[in-house]
Ligand binder design. Structure first.
Ligand code: HGY
Ligand code: MN
Ligand code: MN
Length: 416
């Protein structure tokens, strides 16, 4: 259904398609932060930001920033900044819309205000945050944390692909020596594909995010004993892999039970490695990383305790050593600003779009912007709820409708 929207669906599609063409050719769609392919994507966005008349720069944290000055400065009253943004980096073999739809629609809103001859009171800042995904450095939301002074200083020494994160930030045009911090952001909005099946299943146009689930990552190692695969009796082995397999299935069982509760919960063993990984050697060592998401921090604690108990039971049964799980990150759930949530709902209704409130199981830069400014998110449907996979797909009319909700909400925020 094409509505008479203030934004242009075909311009949005053209930018999304152009960015989709900038991918590692052998594994679409891949444009990992800090890689040459990422910088090619950035070059495209810089060109498009400048064509849109935005004052374009890379900030010290490595984010691409485009500013459309507001009237506020003319009559002395610095009104501050309304920011729209998301990320242009992808996971390996990811999709064409995760993050990208948010950056492109933010840019389109700026262009649409220009075309409508609308001068805002506030500055409008369009942002492509650096490395929202778990990057080659093993950590995520590097640019948004850096912008806001929330990037742990020890991260700068993390190594990947022969460089430190500090060198990576310089590579993309930032300056890691500059401490972050912003006090001018009056509101932040991010459009994102839902990355889940709810909107599509219920035939709803717009998701209005009320909270972003907390994310904890736990590292578990299993120390067994290498032995000859052909001669070692089955009953006297200390096989790290069979024990680790019991843990993986146990994590699935515990998470499935917790997911049946009243609040959002999910957990995944997403990283897994074993040594020596040779067919004729009983595995001696396994390392795994659990990614857990919880709307309610008490449920996350229940999960951590249950997994810890499972490690003790498993070690006792099979003679391997399993140290207590190491929690390597723990970001609590982040509520969105209720006032902005209400404005998004009003905007959706004003353009005739159906909407529903929902929790995000995925992490987003908005979780960090929400620590310094009123923030909220617009979800749009994605086919079969698929994401972080090449099958990821969103209809351009759905994306344009989300962009129109952003446009209307910026106008409301600008009056405040
Ligand atoms: O992992 C996440 O939740 C996000 O897609 N980076
Ligand atoms: Mn993602
Ligand atoms: Mn994303």
């Amino acid at each position: 259904m094409t509505r008479n929207l203030p934004v242009k669906a075909d311009r949005i599609a053209a930018d999304i398609d152009a960015l989709a063409a900038i991918t590692e050719p052998d594994k679409p769609w891949t444009r990992r932060a800090f890689t040459p392919m990422f910088l090619k994507g950035r070059d495209y966005l810089i060109r498009r930001f400048k064509e849109a008349g935005l004052e374009t720069r890379i900030d010290a944290a490595g984010n691409l920033v485009g500013v459309r000055k507001g009237k506020g400065y003319e009559n002395g009253g610095a009104k501050g900044t309304i920011m729209l943004g998301s990320h242009s980096d992808t996971v390996p073999n990811g999709g064409r819309f995760d993050g990208i739809a948010g950056v492109v629609t933010a840019l389109e809103v700026a262009r649409a205000f220009d075309e409508a001859g609308i001068e805002l009171e506030h500055d409008l800042e369009i942002t492509d945050f650096l490395a929202e995904e778990v990057s080659i450095f093993g950590v995520s939301c590097i640019g948004s944390r850096g912008m806001l002074g929330l990037r742990p200083v020890e991260w700068l020494e993390r190594q990947a692909d022969g460089m430190t994160l500090a060198e990576g930030i310089r590579l993309v045009g930032g300056d890691p020596a500059v401490a972050g911090g912003r006090d001018d952001i009056r509101a932040f909005l991010e459009l994102h594909i839902e990355q889940g099946p709810v909107l599509e299943n219920r035939n709803i146009d717009i998701g209005v995010v009320t909270a972003i689930a907390g994310i904890s990552r736990f590292e578990i190692t299993v120390e067994g004993r290498a032995d000859h695969a052909g001669t070692t009796p089955m009953g006297s082995r200390r096989d790290a892999l069979t024990s680790a397999s019991r843990l993986v299935l146990g994590v699935e069982r515990i998470a499935s039970e917790l997911s049946l509760g009243p609040t959002h919960f999910a957990a995944t063993v997403g990283e897994f490695s074993m040594e020596p990984n040779a067919a004729n050697v009983v595995p001696s060592h396994v390392r795994m990383l659990i990614d857990a998401r919880a709307e309610d921090p008490a449920v996350m604690e229940t999960f951590g305790e249950a997994v810890g108990a499972l490690c003790i039971q498993t070690a006792a049964k099979s003679g391997v050593t399993i140290p207590p799980p190491r929690r390597i990150s723990n970001n609590p759930a982040t509520p969105m600003a209720q006032a902005v949530v209400a404005l998004l709902e009003e905007s959706a209704a004003a353009i005739g779009a159906s909407s529903r409130r929902m929790v995000s199981g995925a992490g987003h830069d908005a979780a960090f912007l929400a620590k310094v400014a009123p923030a909220a998110m617009v979800f749009i449907p994605c086919r079969d709820g698929r994401s972080h996979a090449p099958e990821e797909w969103a209809e351009n009319d759905d994306i344009a409708l989300g962009a129109a909700v952003l446009y209307e909400t910026v106008l409301k925020l600008d009056q405040q």
